[in-house]
Design a protein around this ligand. Sequence first.
Ligand code: SF4
Ligand code: SF4
Length: 131
Amino acid sequence: MPADQVCLQCGKCCERWGWDQKGIVEDLIPWLEKNRTDILQHVSIRLSHGKRVSGTAITAGDLSRIVRIYYWQDTAGRKMRECPFFGRDEEGDALCAIHDVKPRVCREFTPWTWQNHEFYGNCPACREKAP
Ligand code: SF4
Ligand code: SF4
C-alpha cells in the first residue's frame, strides 16, 4: 500500500480507537491559548504530585508538572468510552468537531504506513477496495 494512501473518512477509527488514548503536552497548548474549555473539559490530566484534574483546571504554568494526559472524560470526570467530538453528517460521513485542533494521536493516525495488523485489518483505506 502506498504511503500517500488517503483516509476514506469512514469513521471506524474514531469509533473504535477514539477513546482511551494518551495525549501529549503539545496537544494542550493551542487549547489553552484559545481557551478551548469545550475540549479541555474532556481531558483528564495526572500531575506530578499524583492528583488527577480536569483540563479546565490547569494553566500554562502547570504544563511542566504533567505526568500523563488521558482522552476522554465526561464533565463529571468519568472516563468516556467514546469520543465526545465524533459525529456523522446526513450522508453518514464521519465528522470530527475539533478537526482543526485535534490531538496528535488523531492527526497522525495513518495505519496504512504502520503495518500494524489490528489497525490494518480494520481500516478500509488499508485495503484495495473502498468500504
Ligand atoms: S478507519 Fe481508516 S479510512 Fe476509516 S476514517 Fe479511520 S483512517 Fe480513515
Ligand atoms: S478527536 Fe476527532 S479525530 Fe480524534 S477520535 Fe475524536 S472525532 Fe476522531
